[in-house]
Ligand binder design. Structure first.
Ligand code: SAM
Length: 287
């Protein structure tokens, strides 16, 4: 495993244990142990307003399996997990390893505790890279030599952003980061996003946002159009951009009500630019 640090560690102060953190709160909702009292209190406070929050976390986590399987079926064999959160079996490389062992996988998170846990709890396969980095410093991240060493950019890369972008509350910075990312992705790459939305819960979402804020977390639910825009001109796959739970009706999974997802999920493919095909048509559509 390669471990790369692009962010400075701040000394752990009292606020570390007083304010909830998104990976720890998510870990609590998934039934994990990497959380503190402040994270559990924050989760309970949101639960009182939005009792779907735990189900939504479970639906989101299960979507990782569907996402990796979908990318593998599309021929993608390299993975970039942005905002990976604490290791949680099965991790992305473990899902792909079931059918394709050794797929290069880069895990990125800005949370120092996630970075520490990922280094010590993921297995030591040389195909894995763990990075402590901010995805909003996108150029710095993508041009890092560890990323260049991990990926063959003549081949597609699956980029996963599952419940990461709602924690990027600044719209312009997020939009710019997504544009840089899409440009960097080779043709045939897949972009997989899940994102909290006010689409089904417009009446209570302001209270949900306030409750998070009261526990030190800035969350930014987005509407369908804003989430759609993050995919640029990529081509949506499967059921298209829809409630995360709807993806679960495919294959062996059970569908969940849209209101329980409280999030949109999409997996979209970057097409080959017309100039690269020579004919202005995508080669996969040629006879
Ligand atoms: C709710 S967790 C989701 C974990 C995982 N993606 C999943 O779906 O199971 C959100 C994660 O995104 C990370 N995150 C949020 N904003 C980020 C940023 N700008 N750069 C890197 N990581 C970020 C958080 O630290 C956290 O670990």
């Amino acid at each position: 495993m390669t471990a790369v640090k692009l962010l400075e560690d701040k000394p752990l102060g009292p606020e570390h244990f007083a304010n909830a953190r998104s990976p720890r709160m998510y870990d609590f909702l998934l039934g994990g142990h990497d959380n503190y009292q402040c994270d559990r209190e924050a989760a309970f406070a949101v639960y009182k307003i939005a009792n779907w929050i735990k189900t939504a976390a479970l639906i989101n986590r299960d979507f990782a399996l569907l996402s990796v399987e979908t990318s593998l079926a599309l021929g993608v064999r390299q993975f970039l997990d942005l905002g990976c959160g604490f290791p949680n079996a099965p991790n992305v490389h473990e899902i792909s390893a079931k059918t394709h062992p050794g797929c290069p996988t880069v895990y990125v998170d800005r949370d120092p505790a996630v970075y520490a846990h990922a280094q010590f709890r993921l297995d030591e396969s040389p195909a894995q890279t763990v990075m402590h980095a901010d995805l909003l410093a996108t150029e710095q991240l993508l041009t890092n030599k560890a990323v260049a060493a991990a990926f063959d950019l003549t081949k597609p890369v699956a980029v996963l952003l599952h419940d990461t972008l709602p924690w990027c509350h600044e719209d312009t910075a997020t939009r710019n980061a997504m544009a840089t990312l899409r440009k960097w992705m080779p043709a045939g790459s897949t972009l997989s996003i899940t994102h909290l939305t006010d689409h089904w819960h417009g009446a209570i979402m302001p209270d949900v946002v306030s409750s998070y804020a009261g526990h030190g977390l800035r969350v930014r639910p987005r509407c369908r159009e804003e989430i759609e825009e993050m995919f640029g001109d990529f081509t949506q796959q499967g059921p298209g951009l829809t409630a995360t739970g709807r993806w679960h009706e495919q294959g062996r999974y059970t569908r969940h009500p849209d209101t329980h997802s409280a999030a949109f999920a999409g997996i979209a493919v970057k097409q080959t630019p017309p100039s690269a095909t020579g004919s202005g048509r995508n080669p996969s559509h040629q006879p």
